[in-house]
Every structure is written in structure tokens, then in C-alpha cells.
Ligand binder design. Structure first.
Ligand SMILES: [Cu+2]
Length: 149
């Protein structure tokens, strides 16, 4: 009798264990699915129809404030509004923090911000663009030889 009772308990215990494991498996599968979708959205293929034109002034670049203008247009050359653009400026050598600023849309599809090149040398300017529909575009501009006046 005692053994049967133990077996029964084990079965009940087994079921209790099985249920969370099944849930965990489902969770894992749904996470993988989410990651795959996120990866797809991040790929450039889905946003190839968006043209990104960037411009930094003054040219040639020098130490101090610089103006970054980013123009977004769709395949029909129509301005793309309501995007969020984070501008990140980094130097290639270690020991310096990046300079961040978000660009403001000053005309339909035209975004503008100022960044501060606070040291002479080679800079990399990254554009983290998020369109109104959630799609993302990443762009990199190499700004070499910023003059230290
Ligand atoms: Cu530096």
C-alpha cells in the first residue's frame, strides 16, 4: 500500500513538473520567434527603398561644433517624416566617451543636429535611425582628419 501511494505521488509530482517544463519550452520557442522577427527588421533588406543622405558641415571638418543634416526619402523620392535619429560620434582611439545627440526634423524628411568634435583626429559618426513604423536603419560616416585648428 505504501509503495502504491508513493508511486501515485510520484506520478502527480511528475505531472506537476511536466507542466512548467512544457511552458518553458513554449516560452523558449516564442522567444526564438521574436528574435528572428527582430533580426529580420534589423536587416537592411527591408529598408532598401529608403534613401539616407547625410551631410556634415563645415568641410573640411574641424574641432568645435559641426552640423549634421540627414535627409530621408522613400523610393518615390518623397520625404520620410516622423523618424527618430540618434547621432553618435566616436573617436577610434580608446579612453574617450561617445558624443550623443538626437536630430530634430526641421523640414519634412530633413533632420538636423549639432555635434561637438571636441578633439582633432579621426571620428566615426553613427546614425541610428528608427522610422515611424519601427524599422531601423544604421549608417556610418567616417570623418577623418578633424582639424584641431
Ligand atoms: Cu579623442
Amino acid at each position: 500500500m505504501l509503495r502504491m501511494d508513493l508511486n501515485r505521488r510520484r506520478i502527480i509530482w511528475g505531472r506537476r513538473v511536466a507542466a512548467p517544463q512544457f511552458c518553458r519550452a513554449l516560452l523558449a520557442i516564442s522567444c526564438i520567434g521574436t528574435l528572428a522577427i527582430a533580426a529580420c527588421q534589423r536587416s537592411d533588406d527591408s529598408v532598401t527603398e529608403i534613401s539616407v543622405q547625410e551631410q556634415i558641415t563645415p568641410q573640411p571638418p574641424r574641432v568645435g561644433p559641426a552640423t549634421v543634416v540627414v535627409d530621408l526619402a522613400d523610393a518615390a523620392a518623397k520625404p520620410v517624416s516622423r523618424a527618430t535619429i540618434m547621432v553618435e560620434a566616436d573617436m577610434s582611439h580608446p579612453g574617450m566617451g561617445p558624443v550623443f545627440d538626437s536630430a530634430r526634423e526641421t523640414a519634412p524628411g530633413s533632420y538636423r543636429t549639432q555635434i561637438d568634435f571636441n578633439m582633432g583626429g579621426d571620428w566615426v559618426v553613427l546614425l541610428h535611425i528608427k522610422l515611424a513604423d519601427g524599422r531601423k536603419i544604421e549608417r556610418q560616416m567616417d570623418v577623418k582628419g578633424v582639424r584641431s585648428n
